[in-house]
Design a protein around this ligand. Structure first.
Ligand code: MG
Length: 256
C-alpha cells in the first residue's frame, strides 16, 4: 500500500526488458487485508522496509561506481523527451542506461530504446510510484555497466514518489511551464528533496502565464539554494547546463 495515497502499489508489478519480452514475477511478500487500526504502524513499517532496501540499492550501485538519478514530475512534464535527448547527447561520453516507470505500457522504454540506449521498463500496475524493491528488480534486469549513470524515470506523480527513497544518488524534479508556477508551495514534499529542479518547455513561455522568478523563489523557499535550470528538451535550449550539472555531480563516472 502507498503510505501517501493508500493505493495498492504492489498489485501486478512487472519488470520488462524490451529486448527480451518476457515478464518476471516480482516476488512481493507484502501483507494484504490489514485493518485500519494498523495504518500508522503499517506506514512506519512500509517506509522502514523501503529505506533498508534503498540502502541495499545504494550499496549495490556504489560497488559498481554507478550513479543513479531519480527523475520525478507530473505526467506530461517532458521527462522522457528530456531523457531521449540526454542519453543521445551523453552516451558518447558516459555509459548511460534508463529504467522507465509507468503504470502500464512499454511506450517510454520503446522511445529510449530507439536512441540505442539500454533500458528496462517497470509497470507498476495499480501503483503510483516506484519503490526500492521495484528498483532492485529493475537493476538486476538492466545490469547497468560499471561507472556511468542510470536514469530512473519515476511514475508521473508529484506526490507519492517523493516519499520513497530508491537508493538513488540524487533527485531531479522536472516541471514544465504549462503546469503553473505555484507548484513548489502546493507540492512541497516533492521539491523539498530535490537536488536540482529542471524547468522544462521554456520555448512555450511566450504563450503561457508563468512567472519564472516566482517559481525560482518558491522552489528555494522549500529547498534553499536548489539549482533551477531552465531548458527546452524539444528545442535544446539550456540542456548544456543540465549536462554540466551531471558531470559535476558524477565526476567519477567512467568514459564509455
Ligand atoms: Mg515518461
Amino acid at each position: 500500500m502507498c503510505t501517501t495515497c493508500g493505493c495498492s502499489d504492489d498489485a501486478g508489478v512487472r519488470v520488462i526488458d524490451p529486448d527480451h519480452i518476457h515478464e518476471h514475477g516480482h516476488g512481493h511478500g507484502h501483507e494484504h487485508g490489514h485493518g485500519h487500526g494498523r495504518t500508522v504502524s503499517l506506514e512506519v513499517d512500509v517506509l522502514a522496509k523501503n529505506d533498508s532496501l534503498a540502502e541495499r540499492n545504494r550499496a549495490w550501485l556504489a560497488e559498481r561506481g554507478t550513479g543513479a538519478v531519480n527523475l520525478m514530475s507530473s505526467p506530461g512534464s517532458g521527462k522522457t523527451t528530456l531523457l531521449e535527448r540526454t542519453v543521445r547527447e551523453l552516451s558518447g561520453e558516459l555509459p548511460v542506461s534508463v529504467i522507465e516507470g509507468d503504470q502500464e505500457t512499454l511506450f517510454d522504454a520503446e522511445r529510449i530504446r530507439a536512441t540505442g540506449c539500454r533500458v528496462v521498463q517497470v509497470n507498476t500496475g495499480a501503483g503510483c510510484h516506484l519503490d526500492a524493491d521495484m528498483l532492485a528488480a529493475a537493476l538486476r534486469t538492466l545490469d547497468p555497466p560499471r561507472g556511468g549513470v542510470v536514469f530512473v524515470e519515476n511514475v508521473g506523480n508529484l506526490v507519492c514518489p517523493a516519499l520513497f527513497d530508491l537508493g538513488e544518488s540524487c533527485r531531479a524534479v522536472v516541471m514544465s511551464v504549462t503546469e503553473g508556477a505555484d507548484k513548489p508551495l502546493k507540492y512541497p514534499h516533492m521539491f523539498a528533496t530535490a537536488d536540482v529542479v529542471l524547468l522544462n518547455k521554456i520555448d512555450l513561455l511566450p504563450y503561457v502565464d508563468f512567472d519564472v522568478a516566482r517559481f525560482r523563489t518558491d522552489a528555494r523557499k522549500v529547498r534553499p539554494r536548489v539549482e533551477v535550470l531552465e531548458l527546452s528538451a524539444t528545442r535544446g535550449d539550456g540542456v548544456d547546463a543540465w549536462y554540466s550539472w551531471l558531470r559535476k555531480r558524477f565526476p567519477a563516472a567512467q568514459p564509455g
